[in-house]
Design a protein around this ligand. Structure first.
Ligand SMILES: NC(=O)c1ccc[n+]([C@@H]2O[C@H](COP(=O)([O-])OP(=O)(O)OC[C@H]3O[C@@H](n4cnc5c(N)ncnc54)[C@H](OP(=O)(O)O)[C@@H]3O)[C@@H](O)[C@H]2O)c1
Length: 143
């Protein structure tokens, strides 16, 4: 069984990606913070025949990332969609400093830390990418 990990799958782009990745041989590890919204994603995915595991962690702090990595476990991850984050869709001049700060949480530094902490699980992925024998991928969604 392949394992695909999608962060920020409780709504928006992450939920849409989860729906597109449903396949009989895939376990979707779906992450979010909002338990109700994440449960809704899982229900929708399962109705389409997908298999899901729910992971609930705040990725704006390093402890939350460590906890997610621990819960994901040591088995390899075949695809990581590093999507969790905040999209600020506003004219630039209207974006306030607190909004910038909030959007930066779970931003690039946290995503890099997440990939670094996951590297044992991703090492197989990196190797197959180098050898180009398997369509393994890390996808970052970032504003
Ligand atoms: N929408 C756009 O136009 C656009 C454009 C460029 C890039 N992006 C990027 O694409 C990604 C998804 O955007 P979207 O429009 O789908 O956003 P969205 O609908 O607001 O969904 C954001 C997702 O990220 C999760 N998330 C946010 N902060 C988090 C944190 N601190 N810890 C853990 N999870 C967190 C949310 O979890 P909960 O809801 O469960 O808290 C939710 O699942 C973002 O990284 C965004 O920067 C979006």
């Amino acid at each position: 069984m392949k394992r695909y990990l999608i962060t920020g799958a409780s709504r928006g782009i992450g939920r849409a990606i989860a729906m597109r990745l449903v396949a009989p041989d895939v376990m979707l590890l779906l992450h979010g913070r909002d338990t109700v919204a994440l449960a809704e994603t899982c229900r929708t995915v399962e109705k389409s025949g997908g298999k899901t595991t729910k992971l609930i962690h705040d990725l704006a702090n390093f402890r939350g990332i460590d906890n997610l990595v621990a819960e994901v476990g040591h088995k390899p991850i075949d695809l990581l969609v590093n999507n969790a984050g905040i999209a600020v869709v506003k004219p630039f001049a209207e974006i306030t400093h607190p909004t910038f700060r909030a959007a930066d949480a779970a931003g690039l530094e946290h995503r890099q830390y997440f990939v670094h902490r996951s590297k044992d699980r991703l090492s197989k992925l990196e190797r197959v990418l180098r050898e180009q024998v398997c369509p393994g991928r890390i996808i970052h969604c970032h504003s």
